[in-house]
Design a protein around this ligand. Structure first.
Ligand code: FMN
Length: 328
């Protein structure tokens, strides 16, 4: 997630992953126009922590030469895989025929996947939407093309471009795509509670589930799912059950926010810290009772010292997390 899934956020998520369990995390989308000029590993978007061996780099672009340069530059952070963004719906991106724009021209998208396949042996995936319009026949033709062109797996966020992130994600399409191809299909869209992860797998048969927005509020969702599946708790939390009640989750959110601030401090320059805290809270607050008040207060803070004070004040009386929010 642009602006969100940077190293500090990932460290918070990692602190809640069941111990010794393999997962895949993603970078923010990385522009193939910028990567060739950048000091990869040093920019806020490409900075990684020790041991991030499961990190997929997501590329935004369509120019084969720039993709080639970008993949080479990324070797310095040794990605676990390369993902092509065919989902970003914003007009700035569509104008360049990047993101979901690529889904409008199947032959062009094929060229991009074949071109990327030709320059890397790493696992190659595509993060996509239903498309520019709601056309399930085209969607199936498109995913079959991706498989043929060399994609190793697909993540489907089943909304069309104009929906952005509004309305409901149509999980039925995840099931249809699952049946149409042999490569793994990861489902994505509208996961809010741990039960949603298991329900998406049950209802669609998908091979994996991608969790996005709610991980800014409930990053321990991975612990909750793991616990239900009989996996061990995260390292350092041995013997503890995952937070489940609104009160337990309220308490954990306070801890997670402070950990996030600590991670921002260790990984980012002062000027880079507050914008990231504000964005993290802009999403996470939706699940917190009175969270909007907290977000407004933090927005007024000039630095992390003040922000920590505001956060600790807010949680000086116990707060609760909502199981679900409207997400609109
Ligand atoms: C702030 C923000 C930035 C996002 N940026 C990206 C991105 O760069 N690449 C991408 O594939 N998806 C991006 N997404 C979309 C999510 O990956 C995901 O597809 C979408 O939010 C639906 O999943 P969810 O309901 O679990 O949030 C972004 C979402 C948000 C909220």
């Amino acid at each position: 997630m642009a602006g969100l899934s940077h190293v500090a956020f990932r460290q918070v998520v990692r602190s809640y992953l069941p111990a010794h369990v393999n997962t895949l995390l993603f970078t923010e989308m990385l522009s193939t126009r910028l990567l060739p000029l950048e000091d990869v590993g040093q920019t806020p978007q490409t900075r990684i922590a020790d041991g991030e061996t499961d990190l997929i780099s997501q590329l935004l672009g369509n120019d084969e030469r720039l993709i080639d340069h970008s993949v080479k530059k990324l070797q310095s952070i040794a990605p676990a895989g390369i993902d092509i963004n065919m989902g970003c719906p914003v007009s700035k991106v569509l104008k360049h025929n990047w993101g979901v724009g690529l889904m409008g021209d199947i032959r062009y998208a094929e060229q991009v996947v074949r071109g990327t396949r030709a320059v890397t042996d790493l696992p190659l995936s595509v993060k996509m939407r239903t498309g520019l319009s709601d056309d399930p026949v085209y969607l199936i033709e498109f995913v079959k093309m991706l498989e043929e062109a060399g994609a190793d797996w697909i993540t489907l966020h089943p909304r069309i471009q104009s929906q952005h992130r509004k309305g409901r994600a149509n999980w039925e399409y995840i099931g249809r795509v699952r049946e149409a191809v042999r490569i793994p299909v990861v489902g994505n869209g509208d996961i809010q509670e741990s039960e949603d992860v298991l329900r998406m797998q049950r209802e669609t048969g998908c091979d994996g589930v991608m969790v996005a927005r709610v991980s800014t509020a409930r990053p321990w969702i991975f612990w909750q799912v793991g616990e239900t599946l009989g996996l061990p708790p995260p390292l350092g939390r041995e013997g503890e059950p995952a937070p489940r009640t609104p009160e337990e989750e309220g308490l954990e959110y306070h801890r997670a926010l402070i950990l996030f601030c600590d991670q921002l401090e260790s990984n980012f320059a002062p000027a880079e810290q507050m914008p990231r805290l504000k964005l993290f809270l802009a999403w996470g607050n939706k699940w917190v009772f009175f969270g909007h008040y907290l977000w407004k207060q933090v927005n007024r803070c000039p630095d992390l010292i003040r922000a920590r004070g505001v956060i600790n004040d807010f949680f000086s009386t116990p707060k609760t997390l909502l199981p679900r929010t409207s997400l609109q």
